[in-house]
Write a protein that binds this ligand. Structure first.
Ligand code: SF4
Length: 242
């Protein structure tokens, strides 16, 4: 290894240094964790050609190929781009948004989690590897069973029937300020069932607030504790906070 290698640039582009010197793990991700046949075939091929012939499924619904050598990274990048495979990231950035199947096929699913995940990325530009003061996670579940653990992410969302509407329509519950790690926090629930458009607006405002106000290496939970929950909520919802 030479001094000129910028490991942070590599990390941002999905190549993380391994415990074993000289090797990198390729971290990939696809919106809502949906990998098509061509993606899986390409990752299998990459693992044979550049890795050690296996792929590892991450806790955030991505696939990683370990044991990539530094000198192979450029070629791996070209192959990933040609196959349309997105790369994950690490460091002070947005992680990939996790989504359970929701009503795409789960019998319990109340809302289309994949559609919401895609809108967050495509309409807000809030997608994996976005630079932020510290790591930041979004998790979406299709019903109150909360299989993606939305309470443990900075922004956690799950489908919920809105019993206050005549037709008990499905909407979204939002939790803010959760995190795991060494100082875990449960996110607090906002007392309203939101529409999909409202969830997008909340997501955009919370990410913007975090980007503008958090100190380096400060998770959203600690920022909320610093500014106070009421003040934080006023910033997101204005005086009309639920
Ligand atoms: S959270 Fe609900 S919709 Fe999603 S996988 Fe779990 S049970 Fe199914």
């Amino acid at each position: 290894m030479t001094q000129s290698i910028d490991y942070d640039v590599l990390k941002k582009s999905g190549f993380l240094r391994q415990k074993q010197d000289g090797f990198f793990v390729l971290r990939t991700r696809m919106t809502a964790g949906v990998y098509k046949k061509k993606h899986l075939e390409k990752l299998s091929e990459i693992s044979e050609k550049y890795g050690r012939g296996f792929v590892h499924a991450t806790t955030r619904q991505g696939l990683e190929v370990p044991f990539i050598k530094l000198e192979d990274i450029v070629n791996v990048e070209k192959e990933l781009e040609a196959a349309g495979i997105c790369r994950g990231a690490s460091g002070p950035r947005l992680r990939t948004t996790t989504s359970c199947p929701g009503n795409n096929w789960c019998k319990q699913g109340l809302v289309n989690t994949f559609a919401l995940a895609a809108r967050i990325e495509d309409e807000l530009g809030v997608r994996c590897a976005m630079d932020l003061p510290h790591k930041f996670k979004i998790a979406i579940s299709g019903c109150p069973n909360a299989c993606t653990r939305p309470q443990s992410s900075e922004i956690g969302i799950h489908g919920q029937l809105d019993l206050s509407t005549p037709d008990k329509r499905a909407g979204f519950v939002v939790y803010l300020g959760g995190c795991g790690g060494r100082m875990p926090r449960d996110g607090f629930r906002i007392n309203k069932v939101f529409s999909e458009d409202e969830v997008l607006s909340i997501t955009e405002k919370v990410v913007t607030f975090f980007k503008k106000n958090a100190s380096p290496r400060q998770r959203l939970a600690m920022l909320i504790e610093e500014v106070g929950r009421e003040k934080f909520l006023e910033n997101i919802f204005g005086q009309e906070k639920p």
